[in-house]
Design a protein around this ligand. Structure first.
Ligand code: ADP
Ligand code: F6P
Length: 460
């Protein structure tokens, strides 16, 4: 049987410790747990003289192969091109893009190294699945080395409008490499349409009769495969965690107050500054909420070596201090701000206990937290999801309270409305959302993409 080889920047091992934050790590782990396979990725450490073979180990049904890089290459590839160029560009933050040719060079070298070290691991009938913006050119690097197996690609972030993508200096060097894949997957139909628009109008791709694209002598398809969550497991965790020591401690500490929860990597794309501002607006405009609601924001830091991330961290600390300084009473702290990770079980229990889930990114590929919050709810007494119109998840979860995260007043009003929403309306909205989360879960995502990839190969 064909083996599945997943290649991504980050790998994560299920070892019962607090989970790795990030949609890719959570999604791929859940997807591979079922099928087994080989997961190739960065080993987490850099070396002046990196090893010329991948390090192999095994955990459960997953075989890992990890690769290391020089500190300079890792800096240029991960902090530089991936997270100071592609990440802000894909999230429509052109003002934060910091392009250098040196960083582009490191990105290309690291992708070539991924190809060199993956090559010896491959067997003729493997299916290869490359993940995310860190590794866009990897498919082409593998093809250059003679790989003929099926290769799919999935982008976990948005793909922006072509006018935005084409502002990237030398964008065609990156964009054209996507034609090396058999299937290129996007989170939403609009991301997929943005890419097709770019490929046709900027790269000169042509659409062939069956809907696929032809570019530079290759034929490939571009489709939307919205990522999902392990809905049944989260529902089960949440139910079991309801009486767990951490949830009981949280509940006791709230002393009957309503809980609003946010769980996001500490990233400028997540709209945390605006969300904190909206909470302050809630307490100002609706003073009856004071002492009756607590907002808990969990935000584990990531990408600490990129300047924008330390800047937003400092701003959030100041904002949290300002809100608590302005509104706290000796027996009530309005905002709890935690920079740490939790196990998936504990998070599921917190989600279930929270009356309101706040998922208000300024731009997001999908946002798994939105789906996890829905999956964790008690059907008899579900909470309310307040969801940004600019998260990919809003295409599917349209029964949530959809907000424009840039409008602090609208966000404060949505919080107020969610806190008072009657049971029948909460149940009605939740049922619709849960139907989508269950139907398009993580297995559906993986199976759908892999089936399309296999079909594309047979056709080829
Ligand atoms: P992104 O991929 O941009 O980080 P997503 O919402 O799609 O955003 O995915 C984030 C994932 O990381 C979710 O599965 C979420 O539960 C997990 N996560 C975020 N913060 C924490 C945390 N503090 N502890 C454990 N898991 C976390
Ligand atoms: O989902 C978007 C994403 O970029 C994932 O690809 C990645 O796992 C996650 O955010 C976390 O980013 P990082 O791996 O840089 O911590």
């Amino acid at each position: 049987m064909s083996r599945l080889i997943v290649i991504s920047n980050r790998v994560t091992v299920a070892d019962g410790r607090p989970a790795s934050s990030g949609g890719l790590a959570v999604g791929v782990l859940a997807a591979l747990r079922e099928t087994g396979g080989i997961w190739v990725g960065f080993g987490g450490e850099t070396r002046e003289t990196p090893s010329d073979t991948a390090k192999r180990f095994n955990a459960g049904r997953i075989d890992y192969a990890t690769i290391d890089f020089t500190p300079a290459d890792y800096q240029g590839y991960y902090n530089g091109f991936a997270n100071s160029v592609l990440w802000p560009l894909f999230h429509y933050r052109l003002g934060l893009v910091n392009f250098t040719r040196a960083a582009l060079g490191a990105y290309q070298r690291v992708n070539a190294r991924f190809a060199d070290l993956t090559l010896p691991l491959l067997k003729p009938d493997d299916t290869i699945w490359v993940q995310d913006y860190h590794l866009i050119p990897l498919g082409e690097e593998l093809r250059k080395r003679g790989v003929t197996q099926s290769i799919g690609f999935f982008l976990h972030t948005p793909f922006p409008a072509r006018q935005v993508f084409s502002s990237l200096p030398r964008h065609n060097l990156i964009g054209e490499t996507l034609a090396a894949y058999d299937v290129v997957g996007f989170q939403t139909q609009s991301d997929r349409n943005n890419f097709v628009d770019y490929a046709v109008n900027n790269l000169g791709a042509t659409r062939i009769a069956d809907g696929r694209l032809r570019l530079g002598g290759r034929i490939f398809s571009a489709e939307a495969f919205p990522i999902g969550v392990d809905a049944d497991n989260i529902a089960e965790f949440a139910k079991r965690s309801a009486e767990s020591p951490s949830v009981v401690r949280l509940r006791d500490s709230l002393q009957g107050r309503d809980l609003m929860i946010g769980v996001d990597r500490l990233d400028y794309s997540k709209g945390l500054i605006e969300r904190f501002g909206a909470f302050e607006r809630l307490l100002t405009r609706f003073p009856e909420r004071r002492k009756r609601v607590t907002y808990m924001q969990i935000a584990p830091p990531t990408r600490a070596d990129v300047a924008e991330y330390s800047e937003i961290r400092a701003k959030l600390e100041a904002s949290a201090g300002h809100i608590n300084g302005g509104f706290a009473e000796y027996d009530w702290m309005p905002l709890r701000y935690l920079n740490r990770s939790f196990t998936r079980q504990t998070l599921a229990g917190f989600f279930r206990y929270a009356r309101v889930g706040l998922v208000t990114p300024l731009r997001d590929g999908m946002n798994l937290v939105a789906k996890e919050y829905i999956a964790a709810q008690d059907p008899a007494d579900p909470g309310v999801l307040v969801l940004s119109a600019f998260a990919g998840a809003a295409e599917q979860l349209d029964s949530a309270l959809i907000v424009n995260p840039y409008d602090v007043d609208e966000l404060a009003e949505a919080m107020d409305r969610a806190l008072d929403m009657p049971l029948d309306e909460r149940q009605d909205r939740w049922r619709k959302a849960m139907e989508s989360v269950t139907r398009q879960d993580i297995n559906h995502w993986r199976n759908n993409l892999l089936a399309t990839l296999r079909a594309a190969r047979i056709r080829a």
